[in-house]
Design a protein around this ligand. Sequence first.
Ligand SMILES: *Cc1c(COP(=O)(O)O)cnc(C)c1O
Length: 462
Amino acid sequence: MASHSRVNSQHVSEPALREAAERSYEYLHTMEDRNVAPNAAALAALEHFHEPFPENPSDPVEVVNMLDKFGAPATAATTGGRYFGFVIGGTLPASLAASWLANTWDQNAALRVMAPVAAELEEVVLKWVCEALGLPSDCDGGLVTCATTANFTALATARHALLSRLGWNVAEDGMFGAPPIQVVVGQEVHASVLKALNLAGFGSKRVTVVEADEQGRMRADKLPRLDRSTIVCIQAGNVNSGSFDPAREICLRAREQASWVHVDGAFGLWAAASPKYKDLVAGFELADSWAMDAHKWPNINYDSGIVLVRDAMALRSAMTISAAYLQPGTRREPMHHAPEASRRARGIELWAGLKSLGRSGLANLIERTCAHAQRFAAGLREAGFEILNEVVINQVLVSFGSSERTLEVIRRIQEEGTCWCSGTVWRGRTAMRISVSSWATSSADVERSLAAMLRIARETPA
Ligand SMILES: *Cc1c(COP(=O)(O)O)cnc(C)c1O
C-alpha cells in the first residue's frame, strides 16, 4: 500500500518538476544576456497574476508555465554577475541544487524526530561557521530567516540573561517593572538592530548612541559607563562603508564590567574566513552573541540567517518552548534555539554551499569580491570621480558630483541594465553604493559594468 501511493504521487508530481527544472536551466542560460533590472513590459505583465481566485483547479505544469512566463522576466537578476545593489549574494550551484532536493523532501526542521537530517546538518553547519570565523567552539546558535531576526534572537537572549542575573525572570514576568537595561549602539547602527531592539521591548529611542568616526566606526573612547545591566551593540561591516568597529577594545572594556556585547556582522563577519582579511575581524570573537547572514556574502540561497551565542544555556533558556507533546529529548532540538517553531530546513542548503566551497573556497570568494571592489574604486577614481570610503572589503561608495547628478547617474545606470547599483547617503552626501557580494561576478562582469558606469556618468550633464 505504501509503495503504491508513492508511485502515484511521483507520477503526479514529475511533469511539473521536469518543467520547473527546464525553466530553471533556461533562466540560468539567459542570465548573461538580459538586463539586470526587469524592463517596463515585464513589470506591466505582472498584471496577469491579478485574477479572481480561480473557481477550478489548474494543471501543475500550466501553473509552472504561467509562473515562468510572467514571473521570470520580472525578477531582478541577482544571481547573475552584475548585480551590485544593497548587499545581495547570488546562489551557489550546490546550495541551489540542494534546495531543490530539500524542497522535495519538505522537512519541518522544528524537531529532530520530524527531520533528522535537517537537525543533524544544522549542528554541523553551526560548528563549521564557528570554526571558519574563529568564534568560540562551544557557542550554540540557531538558523533563522535573516540578520534582522538573528539580531532579535540575540538581543532577546541578552535581555533574558542580564535580567536573570539581576534576579528578574523576563520570560515569566515580562518587561514592565523589570530592572532597567542600558542599551548602547553606535551612531552608524544598522536599522535592523533598532527594529530588533524595538521588538524586544527595549524601544529603539531608549538607547545610548555613541559617536562614530569618519569611516562609521564606533569611537571606543566615547563609550558611556558600562555595567552588568548593559548591552553594547557593535558592528562588523558597515552596510555602506564596510568598516569594522574596534571590537577588541570595546569587548575588553565590556568584559571588565560584565556587560553583554552583541555583534551585528550580517556580511562583514565573514571576512574572518579569509587569511588576508581576518585581521579586520580580530576582537569580535570576544563578544557574547553574533548575528549574520548566509544569504549575503557566502551566497547561500534565500533565506538564511544565523545567530550564535557564547552562553549556550542562555540561548536555550530564552528560546525554549514547552508543551506536553514536544517531548524534550537529550539532543539539540532546532526549535529551542530560535524564535520560529516550524520552519524550512535551511541547514541543508547551508551545508551544501559550505561543503562545496570548503575553507579555501570561502576565503577565495571573500578575496575575489574584495579585489573586484578595489578594481571598481580604482577605475572610478582614475576617471575623476570621488570614492567616499576607505575600501576595506567589498563595499564602494562613489559620488558623481552634486547630489542631483549622482542620483541621475544612478537612475540611468539602473535603467540602462548592464548592471544595478543602489543609492545611499553617506555622512550627509548622496552616493552610489557598489556591493560586490556574488560568487558569480567575474572580472569580465566588472569591466563591462565599470565601462557602462563611466560612459553613463560622462553622458550625464553636470
Ligand atoms: C543586511 C544587513 C542587516 C539586515 O539583514 P537582513 O538579512 O535583511 O535582515 C543587518 N545588518 C547589517 C550590517 C546588514 O548589512
